[in-house]
Ligand binder design. Sequence first.
Ligand code: ZN
Length: 114
Amino acid sequence: MHELGIAESALEMALTQATAAKATRVLSLVIRVGALSGVDPEALRFAFTAILPGTPAEGAAVQIDSVAALAYCPTCQRDFVPDTDHFFECPTCGQLCSTLKQGRELDLIRLEMT
Ligand SMILES: [Zn+2]
C-alpha cells in the first residue's frame, strides 16, 4: 500500500511549511487526488490517521478532494469522461485521445495551521 508513503511525504511537506510559517500546529490538510492517480482515497485517509499522532499535525482534519478524470478530444473539441485508465476513447467520434485534462492530481492543496 503506497498510500502510506504518499501520506508521509504530504505530512512532511505540511510540517516543512508549518515550520517556515513559524506555526506550531497543523489544523487541517486538504489533499487533491485524481481518479487516475492510482491512489485510493480511503486508504490515504486511513494512512493519515496512522501517522499523524505524535506529530504537530496530530488531530488535524484531513480532507481528500477527489478529482474526476477528464479527457479532451481535439476532433470534437470537447471534454469527456474516459471510461478506462489507459485509453481515452472519445464517446462521440471514437477516436483515441491522449490528452488528459485532469485526473492524475496528487497534491497538497490547502493547509491550515496556527
Ligand atoms: Zn471526438
